[in-house]
Design a protein around this ligand. Sequence first.
Ligand code: GLN
Length: 448
Amino acid sequence: MNAFVRVYAKEALEIADRLDQERMEGNPIGKLHGVIIGIKDVLCYKDHPLTAASRILEGFNPLYNATAVEWLLKEGAIILGHLNCDEFAMGSSNENSVYGRVKNALDPGLVPGGSSGGSAVAIQAGLCMVSLGSDTGGSVRQPADFCGVIGFKPSYGRVSRYGLIAYASSFDQIGVFGRSIPDISVVAGVISGFDPKDSTSSRRAVPEYTEGLDGPGPKYRIAVLKEALDHPSLDPEIRDRIRGFVADLRSNGHLVEEISFDLLDFIVPAYYILTTAEASSNLARFDGVRYGRRTSDPQAPYPAFYAKTRSEGFGKEVKRRILLGTFVLSSGYYDAYFTRAQQVRKILASRTRLIFNKFDVILSPTVPTTAFRAGEKISDPVAMYLADLYTVYANLVGIPGISLPLFRHSNGMPFGVQVMTNQFQELPLFKLSCNLMQQYKSYEIPAL
Ligand code: GLN
């Protein structure tokens, strides 16, 4: 399936032996003692190569651990390897990787989603217990949906991004893939919290996510975005199933209302303007001097040296985004694109506050379709970008979101529902999710 790009097998066994030893000696054990975890190829693991699935980072070895990785290790986790993804986390199908595409384990002709496709397939195929991905516009929730597993993105600022290769810094969050809410919540608890090394990380205390998950739980006030369900790109079967599900929630005592959300069509354009702008700046550091691979032409003079290194090192989609980002920031276009997109983001944030004044939860499909065929959208970037219709919203406004694999389509593939709560309301998100996973068993995640 091409899910792992590097497996640290020998080392994993050695760590496992050491953990066994420590436990047998009666030492206290960590919250993740012996838990096998795969991490996306954008997270620093000290002295292990890291490439962001790009040629340009060939030969790069991080000198430190990402904070999330450091905290997992401290609790006794075993990092099994790095997982394939779209280059620099840019993509929705995991076809933009220097290692080649990742295959969906349910049907190798289909994509697993992206950009954290390897992290989703590693859970889908039972290659590890939980995995980490990153989510800038859906890269955890969308592949989770396509693969039939759970994918969780925390609130912006909840998890330190120190040691995560930056794509769009005001959107990026590290997220978790797993098979159950208890698994996800324990890992989310371990990686959450204030980190002085990331100035955007929040000082808010992290509640105990694993407590009180079982049981019927309270009744919630749930908003369903009408325009999301009526959107022409939404597969009609997904629409019907989600509407049926909503009716069911209502009959179970939740207060569910369909509310109008006329901003939906602005979301994808605003997202792609702002993220490409941020990416064009973030990716300037990959120049062949500070990191990774240099041009194969050592004689290239300055400044051709930079152009050659970057032309050889970046793939097509990454180049497209650097160009787009540079364009929307350039003088004469800045106000027409970048400033307007920021205005859209502001309006979205205030509209979201209004929604959460009345509701606890926003519910939507995770993706408009089930997993598509490899090659189907690769030459049509706009079609690919539209697959992110429902997921980029949570990143634009910084709220947490989760995709729960509750449904199976008549085409045989799983699909999910997306549950979102207000900023830093991860606890009710997990409670409701746990409740829904126990109650709706229409899609069974294969056992490990
Ligand atoms: N598919 C989206 C993009 O290409 C999301 C990527 C992500 O979340 N890293 O930008």
